[in-house]
Design a protein around this ligand. Structure first.
Ligand code: MIC
Ligand code: SF4
Length: 647
């Protein structure tokens, strides 16, 4: 029987386990990268493990999320990251060099590799044929310390592409919006999406990267494309053809699920507020006023896209009432559009050019006003993520975005007669790695500099056998980590300071949460009740560490998103699911729940009896923990577990 790409890459990296769906496998990892907002914790944890040097072939520390430097905290974080990278043997990508996923794709990603990144959009690298997975900081630190990466073998979905995109107005963004329309934000949980079929060769590497990037919004473990002649061409244009290898599924490869997308049949699509899966054709919203347009981010920042956007704007002017923000994803792209005149065309049309950073995507500036409509070529539009709960964020392809910036309203770009140059990938990119600092040969003498806002990672005590916890909040389906631990310019500066950031847990949906949690902590702790796909979205482990710090002992939900579930376990919080989802109805905020015999249940049938002391009712919940996960929880989390082991 032939093998698919996932099987080939996993087999080549397998340390333990068998590649059967649902079984635990451990894998050798070629690269680990961090970004600043999750990286400070990851590197603090790495340091806390007492490690001398990273034990993976390649480690890179990027700075892209918080570059606002509104006071000392942020530059202190940057200096910490730079000195830690030099000390421990990682490359350091300076602020200004670009968004981690875009830069990694350009400069490091390789077909056939396995990579981890402390960011949920790490799968962007799947565009080049790499298996790239988003993880929490502590998982990244553990792998950097030389431990193989452990995961449950996901199922593999083959997405067969046929036909060709109707460029310029239909782009790669519409392919992934179509998948989100069909499958929703939980349609990818426990799955890897492998792209195949004749339509693959119609897409260049950066277009594939757009699709792989936003596969994260499906909840997918990752997405991967074959490595073919176009991949080789891309790597040659990056001056690193030697990194290329061919990687394709065998003709008779088997998949768990097969689906098909006809590229010819796609039209410009748009995701409505407040979820990336609320997708409709742009034409259905035609005429709606647009106040802000944002183009760029890690989703749509290639040179080809930026150049095409510039040709739409050339000689035109953005609508009078509208604001256009552009954040090109990397210094490479920025430099190239500056040299070829695209940047001048954008500026002339009225674009506000931002740094090569995440910017408005994560609410670091560029928030829309009250009731305003923002259309973005980004990947997430959760309520409040952009810095304003009362704004309406839509997601569309970057060329449609540019047309809307000129029109000042929603418009199907196919209705215009604009001439667009869509150059795709150039023969040669401008390669200039002067903002990418390689680690010194021997970093052992380098001092790691920590500013006053950088605090140690708190630890949890071992799991108690009997929990008596207060229900602190009851939530619906698809709660995001942006809901649990918001980002934005007010909160992101506290990513290195858990006591400070914990004040903001659930801040946008329940301002009193942190206070209530602290009170409950003194009485035995709290529990969170959630619906399906709890913790979707980002990889930020702060959404687990901060609740842990506030005394949360367990989350009982209908189901969990992958990265958040792993983060909860790493920080000693029990992820439990209802045996009968209907039991959620009988629980209210303020109820006291008693769970007895936790240790026993955890290590035997993983069924726990829960008594609702307030209502006098009883129900059961379950966990689905591997052996290792059980050990971690008993110890109070991964750090206490490792500490105990090492001592
Ligand atoms: C995001 O897009 O939500 C982020 C900000 O990049 C996060 C990481 C973080 O919260 O630092 C992610 O995607 O994992
Ligand atoms: Fe940055 Fe936005 Fe990409 Fe996250 S999704 S890495 S915030 S650009």
């Amino acid at each position: 029987m032939g093998r698919n790409i996932v099987q080939k890459v996993f087999e080549a990296h397998l340390v333990e386990g068998t590649l059967r769906k649902g079984e635990t496998v451990s894998l050798k990892v070629d690269e680990v990268y961090t970004q600043d907002a999750t990286g400070t914790m990851a590197w603090l944890q790495f340091e806390a493990m007492g490690m001398e040097k990273v034990r993976v072939p390649l480690a890179v520390s990027y700075v892209d999320h918080n570059m606002i430097q509104s006071n000392f905290r942020n530059p202190d974080d940057h200096l910490f990251l730079q000195t830690a990278a030099a000390r421990f043997g990682a490359y350091f990508s300076k602020p200004g060099n670009g968004i981690c996923h875009q830069v990694n794709l350009e400069r490091f990603a390789r077909p056939g590799w396995i990579g981890l990144g402390t960011d949920s959009h790490t799968p962007t690298n799947g565009g080049i044929g790499m298996i790239a997975i988003g993880v929490g900081g502590l998982d990244a630190a553990t792998v950097m310390a030389g431990v193989p990466f452990e995961m449950k073998m996901p199922e593999v979905v083959c997405v067969r592409l046929t036909g060709r995109l109707r460029r310029p107005w239909v782009t790669a963004m519409d392919v992934i919006l179509e998948l989100l329309r069909r499958l929703t934000v939980k349609g990818g949980v426990g799955r890897i999406f492998e792209y195949a079929g004749p339509g693959v060769s119609d897409l260049d590497v950066t277009e594939r990267a757009t699709i792989a990037n936003m596969g994260a919004e499906l909840g997918a473990t990752t997405s991967v494309f074959p490595s073919d002649d176009r991949t080789r061409r891309f790597l040659r244009a990056q001056g690193r053809e030697e990194d290329w290898t061919r990687l394709e599924a065998d003709d008779d490869a088997a998949y768990d699920v097969v689906m098909e997308i006809d590229l010819d049949g796609l039209e410009p699509l748009i995701a409505r507020p407040h979820s990336p899966d609320s997708v409709v054709p742009v034409r259905e919203l035609s005429g709606m006023r647009v106040d802000q347009v944002c183009i760029g981010s890690c989703t749509n920042s290639s040179y080809g896209v930026m150049r095409a956007v510039a040709t739409i704007l050339r000689g035109r002017r953005i609508a009078e009432h509208l604001s256009l923000l552009v954040n090109p994803g990397s210094k490479q792209v920025y430099e190239m559009i500056a040299r070829d005149g695209s940047l001048a065309d954008m500026i002339a049309a009225g674009a506000r050019m931002l740094e090569s950073s995440c910017g408005p995507c994560i609410g670091m500036g560029g928030s829309p006003g009250t009731g305003q409509v923002s259309v973005r070529s980004y990947n997430r539009n959760f309520r409040g993520r952009s810095g304003n709960k009362d704004a309406f964020v839509y997601l569309a392809n970057p060329l449609a975005c540019a047309v809307m910036a000129v029109a000042g309203k929603m418009i199907d770009p196919r209705e215009t007669d604009y001439e667009v140059e869509y150059p795709g990938e150039p023969e040669a990119f401008s390669v200039n790695d002067n903002m990418l600092l390689p680690p010194p040969e021997d970093g052992s003498g380098i001092e790691i500099i920590k500013g006053p806002n950088i605090k140690e990672v708190p630890l949890k005590e071992p799991l108690k056998d009997e929990l008596e916890v207060e229900v602190l909040i009851k939530l619906g389906d698809n709660v995001t980590t942006d809901d649990i631990m918001p980002a934005g310019s007010q909160i992101l500066p506290f990513r290195s300071n858990i006591p400070a950031i914990s004040e903001y847990v659930f801040y946008n949906i329940d301002e009193g949460f942190a206070e209530r949690a602290k009170e409950a902590k003194a009485r035995g702790g709290g529990v969170i009740i959630g619906g399906e796909n709890y913790g979707q979205g980002s990889s930020r482990e702060h959404a687990a560490i901060a609740p842990m710090y506030l005394g949360i002992k367990a989350v009982i939900a209908k189901s969990f998103a992958r990265i958040h579930r792993a983060n909860l376990i790493n920080f000693g919080i029990l992820p439990l699911s209802f045996s009968s989802p209907g039991d959620m109805e009988g629980i209210e905020r303020g109820d006291i729940l008693r769970i007895s015999g936790v240790g026993d249940s955890l290590t035997t049938d993983q069924v726990y009896r829960v008594r609702n002391l307030t209502r006098g009712t009883e129900f059961t919940v379950r966990s689905d923990l591997s052996r290792r996960e059980q050990d971690l929880l008993l110890a109070g989390g991964l750090l206490p577990f490792l500490k105990k082991r090492l001592s």
